[in-house]
Write a protein that binds this ligand. Structure first.
Ligand code: BGC
Length: 755
């Protein structure tokens, strides 16, 4: 069955329509047979534990509840045999035999983990992003999973927020492309196929805008900003056919997303035409109590009425909806509608045809952690790395001589996968030390830890909540430092692997100081002081503030958290088997005080001076520039690219017309390489203040050394549109400026007019 045809052609007619014959007949027949308790049961999502519980509650008596029809889905249960046990209880022992949805957080690979999403987005390669999601789907479904709590498409402009690691960064245009590619990768063309799974777009909505970058914090935003800058990726995922949506923890306009009717019904269903089901985040329904919206019965009724269909873990629906029905706080129709949407998802997954479709015990061995998958993960990782600086063209290194490989992350298996990899096993990860030895066997590679990730015991304890990621050495910091310095002095070149431990970013891992911890800064200073050439391999789940390190005579390769093939992939790039092509998808600030700093900010009525020099009574700082350390879209290569000959097909267009932009890009350096050609647009005059510039197109191209190519990017009429004060999506007559180049500071520009 073709999912988009089935769900959209069948359901486009159905949901919201009163006419029963337009609905899926099997689901309608089933609904006829269901008691109110059984309908409420379908709205209940539980986790029996065993995986990572991200809240304080873990479900109890799960087997008994499934048997009595009180469970619609499970998550945190994996493996065909375990899932089969649960599915058999549902199918054979519950009165109506309705199969379960089996969910999971497959955020960046299932067992073959690949780079954290922020890293993956830095590849700007949508074909690869889709392939990555496809591989994740094949592995996860081989292990019994049919529903994935991904993609996370929250726009994030505050790198203090640890979950910036889980998304595609700051930009709605790029974020939308990534969202679309991931949904396609997970769901394929046929949701009922055994290797595809339902996607769940999260966290709807605005979760990335949590105040002060503190997780689960409040969000307050104008609707103009929401629609112009934050909503697009959710919508893009839904337009791509995403089967489900997860409501976020935060409030939106003063009402938590989980109980926000405007969000879940008016926007999502009525305006955007979403036909799937909405699940809460982990106990986000119950969390409406401390949010201040009433007791469990009140918030459950509110959420159901708002358009929430499934309650994750909190059992508010299960324990209160019947009472609310009796007290006429909800109607049977409200409950039936939610239940219908859950059942329809099961139907399109093919679970009614064959509840055991995802439970072939031979598949894990065939499909999971295969050589091909690991090879893809290695490739994805190399594409995610961003070369921030290449002092004296130190990189790539030769595969010979004496290399000092130092730093607390150089031989740290437990920090390679990155955050939110609950199904991955870090014991399978390739360390950087191993990767270097694999790829550069002709070199002499010696290792010294040099420093702890952090010496701060209290901080380390917080980071280590889910397992030891910051391992504070028994040796004193001075001893470790001396060992590294001695090694450096005896080597030709130093590679220092520094940055963040895995759980220094991710959920509930916000930081107010996003610099490299002091213990490692000391190490870097000491290594540079030896006078040996130094390359930093910088690992993190977020943009960091690195003005000091950036000023040093060092090369810096940003590698995020690369996944199971970390060491091999890093070695591939460090030794030049792959020429880095990644570009930042979130701005790197000079300091925390600049946050939020992003490329599409407004100009203000008192823009700072062109030169950046401070001027009284302008919008600038006394103690820092307005410009970030590294702009959105930034990333170097071992070669150089030159842009010229920017041309438009016309200088004047009418409403409804697009425009074609051509530019010549030449590889002027010494290596073959890939470049991400970026196009930014500025709407010069319009009825609401425009952003300085906005990404509106990009293309990743490969150029041989000495080669040049003419690149064409076409802007569609929609690319010129924005949401006006009435929230209508319009383009307005006037002048536009186009900038094309290698990052968001691109200077090559042209103008055109929309009549
Ligand atoms: C996270 C979600 C995740 C859910 C289930 C929550 O804490 O916010 O992103 O899907 O847990 O694991």
């Amino acid at each position: 069955m073709n999912y988009r045809k089935s769900l959209f052609a069948i359901l486009a007619l159905v949901v919201g329509s009163a006419s029963a014959q337009q609905r899926i007949p099997e689901v309608e027949q089933l609904l006829q047979k269901m008691t109110i308790e059984e309908k409420i049961g379908q709205l209940n999502l539980l986790t029996p534990g065993g995986g990572v519980a991200t809240g304080e509650v873990v479900s109890e008596n799960v087997g008994t509840k499934i048997k009595s029809g009180q469970v619609g889905g499970l998550f945190g249960v994996t493996g065909p045999d375990r899932v089969r046990k649960a599915q058999e209880i549902a199918v054979k022992e519950s009165r109506l035999g309705i199969p379960l949805l089996i969910g999971s957080d497959v955020i960046h690979g299932y067992k073959t983990t690949y780079p954290i999403p922020l890293g993956l987005s830095s590849s700007w390669d949508m074909g690869l992003v889709e392939q990555a999601a496809q591989m994740a789907a094949r592995e996860a479904t081989a292990d019994g999973i049919n529903w994935n709590f991904s993609p996370m498409v929250d726009i994030a402009r505050d790198p203090r927020w640890g979950r910036i690691s889980e998304g595609a960064g700051e930009d709605p245009y790029l974020g939308s492309k990534v969202a679309e590619a991931m949904v396609k990768g997970y769901q394929g063309d046929d949701l009922a196929a055994a290797h595809t799974m339902l996607a769940c777009v999260k966290h709807f909505a605005l979760y990335g805008a949590a105040e002060a970058g503190r997780d689960y914090h409040s969000v307050d935003m104008s609707r103009i900003k929401m629609f112009n800058q934050y909503m697009q990726p959710y919508k893009a995922a839904i337009d791509a056919g995403a089967a489900s949506v997860m409501s976020s923890f935060n409030d939106v306009d003063g009402v938590p997303a989980t109980g926000n009717k405007w969000l879940l019904t008016d926007v999502l269903r009525d305006q955007w035409g979403f036909k799937g089901f909405v699940v809460s985040d982990y106990t986000s329904l119950n969390e409406m109590i401390p949010h201040g919206l009433g007791d469990l019965q009140a918030v459950s009724a509110l959420a159901l009425k708002a358009g929430l269909d499934m309650d994750m873990v909190g059992e508010g629906f299960l324990t209160t909806l019947k009472k609310s029905l009796e007290e006429e706080k909800v109607t049977e129709e409200d409950i039936t509608n939610a239940c219908r949407r859950v059942l329809e998802a099961k139907y399109v997954s093919g679970l009614f045809d064959d509840p055991y479709k995802y439970l072939d015990s031979k598949r894990p061995e065939k499909d999971i952690l295969t050589e091909n998958n690991r090879a893809l993960s290695r490739k994805l990782a190399t594409r995610s790395f961003v070369l921030l600086k290449n002092h004296n063209n130190l990189l790539p290194l030769k595969k010979n001589g004496k290399i000092a490989l130092v730093g607390p992350l150089a031989d740290s298996r437990e920090n390679m996968l990155g955050t939110w990899a609950p199904t991955g096993d870090f014991n399978l990860a390739v360390t950087i030390l191993e990767g270097f030895n694999n790829v550069a066997s002709g070199a002499t590679i010696e290792h010294a830890k040099g420093a702890n990730i952090s010496d701060d015991v209290a901080f380390a304890k917080n980071v280590n909540s889910l397992g030891e990621r910051i391992l504070i050495d028994e040796r004193s910091p001075e001893t470790m430092l001396q060992e590294a310095v001695d090694l450096a002095k005896n080597s030709d070149v130093v590679v220092a692997v520094v940055g963040e431990a895995t759980e220094m970013s991710g959920e509930s891992s916000s930081r107010t100081d996003i610099s490299i911890p002091e213990s490692q800064k000391k190490l870097i200073r000491a290594l540079v002081a030896t006078g040996k050439p130094v390359a930093l391999v910088l690992m993190s789940g977020r943009p960091l503030t690195i003005p000091e390190e950036f000023d040093m005579p060092v090369s810096i390769l940003q590698v995020w958290h690369p996944g199971v093939e970390a060491g091999n992939a890093i070695a591939d790039v460090v030794f030049g088997d792959y020429n880095p092509s990644g570009k930042l998808t979130a701005t790197w600030p000079v300091n925390v005080g600049q946050i939020p700093v992003y490329h599409s900010a407004k100009v203000t009525g008192r823009p700072a001076t062109e030169s950046g020099e401070f001027q009284k009574f302008r919008s600038n700082y006394l103690d820092a520039p307005n410009a970030p350390l590294l702009p959105f879209g930034y990333g170097l290569s071992y070669t150089t690219f030159d842009y010229s000959n920017l041309k438009l097909n016309t200088r004047e267009i009418s409403q409804g017309e697009g425009i074609t932009v051509k530019v010549t890009v030449a590889n002027t350096g010494d290596y073959d390489g890939e470049e991400v050609v970026q196009l930014y647009l500025r709407d010069v005059v319009r009825s609401i203040t425009p952003p300085k510039r906005q990404l509106k197109g990009f293309q990743k191209i490969m150029l041989k050394k000495g080669e040049s190519k003419e690149v064409t990017i076409t802007l569609s009429p929609d690319d010129l549109k924005f949401y006006n004060a009435q929230l209508e999506f319009v383009s307005e007559p006037g002048d536009f400026e186009i900038f094309v180049g290698t990052n968001s500071d691109a200077e090559l520009s042209e103008k055109f007019t929309l009549k």
